[in-house]
Design a protein around this ligand. Structure first.
Ligand SMILES: Cc1cc2nc3c(=O)[nH]c(=O)nc-3n(C[C@H](O)[C@H](O)[C@H](O)COP(=O)(O)OP(=O)(O)OC[C@H]3O[C@@H](n4cnc5c(N)ncnc54)[C@H](O)[C@@H]3O)c2cc1C
Length: 609
């Protein structure tokens, strides 16, 4: 058996990072028996680790060896707080620790790549068919489909036959779905079309990437099971790639392999082509350690410049998250007992899961979603006009050529009111801003009581940040600066959405899920309609939604691109990047579906040559 210590000297494709995108590529490229493929993954295989495979335990991976455990620098507009930022360090990458929500991208968010960024062939019609190549959705029994109003999913199931299994996980244990859907109906926000259709608004219960037969997480590792017997595919774990080996061939820098460390020993591996799939926060680091990047950044870190591109590590985007926790009515199920580490409650849930694979442990707990336009602007034309005017002006924080496209895209959404500008979702438990030490976990200091939280993620942030090396030492974490809320439009929109949570909480039937006269878990979360109070709360509590993307953008070079439409790094032959780094603009959806799809498309393009 091949191990990292006795690996061959040469593979056709060396994939750096066995994460979400990396394992899709490993499977698809090794379908051709005539090529050899090696995956180098820094983490271990988590498949038999309950923290990874039990759907509810995803946040228990935080701060463990399955997590890179990054943290941002102090965020000026978040009251100077540092934000802990988890990323999967294991086979399957972040798909092995994520919250498993399966929410697919919308047409408008992808079509803008072709129409406004000039990426030929990058549109919804081309990408959408890949969803069915990736996912395999199982429907619940008919009466449950009707209970959760999910008939929209029935037609999609036909043809969904990919390796990543998904299902509607928690409808049997959680009585809230109907209340969630009916509340948004009362607010005029019923689901307008299937969330798989590419254009919809409103509330729905989403599927999750969970295998219904075993009630276990279905991550990118399922791509490996499908290719386990292939002699031309080698998977190495516990291998940290230091840099890409570059050689000047006839005046063109060319990737010839990688340098890596395994069990303290440094080795090299040669390749016909190197594909970097180390995720949005690690891939830029690998390019910069190899001398590809902004001369000023490399100089500061003491790394010799090989290929200049000042956009490496820029354009970092995320869906900033905030929410309000309301005390739940008696008898409503919440996970607060688990968050407080109540041994009896955890033991009972564990036993139920082990015995018949049901109960709260069989679900990620995040399945109630709604995509909404900025509801305030339905009545307040003056406020809308003010924001649209702000969007026309170049803002001083503008730092990336794609900022203009971003502002125009958002402006269209706001003026038409037909697309989501925030994602709302329900957490049956208390939400708390994380501490700035990410090892503190999901809810660091749980309070007594049971809560229902409605959270809001800002869909199309204009604020962009960066991730860069601060040292030539590969063991040093990169400097992550999301620059959250640096553009005031983001604060204005996020605060309006977070304020709208109060309206949701006062609407039936959601209101009846809450304790009459019950408290909220944060004294700052009482806005009484004040936008200023909502803004202060957003600054004090917002956190990451773990959707970092965009740091090696696919775009023309003069628009801030680092790779072209075929994933090739500008200025370097035989080097590609395929992962969440390549998104030029963040979509309003959660990011895993687009990462999977992009990797499938990359495999097709690479195979075509
Ligand atoms: C906590 C959390 C919750 C989330 N919840 C959801 C959700 O519910 N729904 C959703 O759609 N999305 C969710 N996401 C986002 C989604 O999972 C990610 O966008 C996606 O998985 C990223 O895929 P990737 O291939 O870009 O990177 P990853 O999957 O993170 O893969 C990168 C891989 O590269 C490896 N690597 C990095 N550096 C090196 C190196 N130097 N040498 C060797 N290997 C290296 C890493 O260990 C990792 O395995 C969540 C993410 C997180 C972290």
């Amino acid at each position: 058996m091949e191990t990292a210590s006795n690996a061959r000297d040469f593979y056709d494709y060396v994939i750096v990072g066995g994460g979400t995108a990396g394992l899709v590529l490993a499977n698809r490229l090794s379908e051709n028996q005539d090529v050899t493929v090696a995956v180098l993954e820094a983490g271990s295989d988590p498949v038999s680790d309950p923290r990874s495979f039990i759907p509810a335990l995803w946040a228990n991976t935080f701060g463990t060896e399955l997590d890179w455990n990054f943290s941002t620098v102090a965020q000026v507009s978040l009251d100077g707080r540092r934000i802990g930022h988890h990323q999967g360090k294991a086979l399957g990458g972040s798909s092995s620790i994520n919250a498993q929500a399966l929410i697919t991208f919308t047409a408008a968010d992808i079509d803008v790549w072709e129409a406004k960024i000039g990426l030929e062939g990058w549109n919804f019609a081309v990408l959408a068919p890949y969803l069915q190549k990736v996912f395999n959705l199982t429907l619940p029994a008919d009466e449950l489909i009707s209970y959760i109003n999910a008939s929209w999913a029935t037609s999609w199931v036909t043809g969904s036959e990919g390796p990543v299994k998904s299902c509607f996980s928690d409808v049997q244990v959680n009585p809230t779905p109907k209340a969630w859907i009916e509340t948004f109906r009362s607010l005029g926000m019923s689901l307008t079309a299937s969330p798989f259709s590419g254009k919809y608004l409103g509330a729905f219960i989403s599927p999750a990437t969970i295998d219904t037969r075993s009630s276990t997480r279905s991550a990118a590792t399922t791509y490996l099971s499908a290719s386990a017997d292939r002699k031309n595919l080698a998977i190495f774990t516990g291998v940290m790639v230091k840099k890409i080996l570059l050689e000047n061939r006839k005046g063109v820098q060319t990737a010839t392999g990688v340098q890596y460390v395994h069990e303290g020993i440094e080795r090299t591996l040669d390749a016909k082509e190197v594909i970097v799939s180390a995720g949005a926060l690690n891939s830029p680091k690998i390019l910069e350690l190899s001398g590809i990047g902004d001369p000023a950044v490399l100089k500061r870190a003491g790394i010799p410049l090989v290929v200049e591109n000042k956009f490496v590590g820029t354009n970092l985007q995320d869906h900033l998250l905030s929410g309000i926790s309301f005390e739940a009515a008696d008898g409503i199920f919440t996970v607060d007992n688990f968050l407080r580490g109540d041994a009896e409650a955890i033991g009972a849930a564990q036993q139920q899961y082990m015995e018949n694979r049901t109960g709260p442990f069989a679900s990620s707990g995040l399945t109630h979603f709604a995509h909404l336009p900025t509801m305030d602007f339905k009545q307040d034309n003056e406020a809308l006009s003010k924001i649209l005017k702000q969007l026309e002006e170049t803002h001083p924080t503008s730092s990336h050529p794609l900022d203009t496209v971003r502002a125009h895209h958002l402006s269209e959404f706001l003026s038409q009111g037909q697309e989501g500008t925030a994602q709302y979702f329900l957490l049956a438990g208390q939400y708390q801003k994380a501490g700035d030490n990410s090892t503190e976990g999901f809810v660091p200091h749980p309070q007594p009581g049971n809560f229902l939280s409605t959270l809001v993620g800002l869909s199309h942030p204009l604020s962009t940040g960066s991730v860069h090396v601060s040292s030539s030492d590969y063991t040093v974490a990169p400097t992550v600066d999301h620059n959250y809320l640096s553009n005031p439009v983001d604060l204005e929109l996020h605060a309006r959405h977070v304020r709208y949570i109060e309206t949701i909480a006062q609407t039936e039937p959601f209101m009846s899920l809450l304790k009459p006269g019950g408290r909220r878990n944060d004294p700052l979360s009482y806005f009484e309609g004040s936008l200023d109070k909502a803004k202060a709360y957003v600054r004090a509590t917002s956190d990451t939604n773990y959707h970092s993307v965009g740091t090696l953008a696919m775009a023309p070079k003069d628009m801030g691109g680092v790779i072209d439409g075929c994933f090739r790094v500008y200025g370097v032959d035989q080097l590609r990047v395929v992962d969440a780094s390549v998104f030029p603009l963040i979509p309003q959806s959660n990011t895993q579906s687009l990462v999977y799809v992009i990797a499938e498309r990359a495999a097709d393009l690479i195979k075509r040559g």
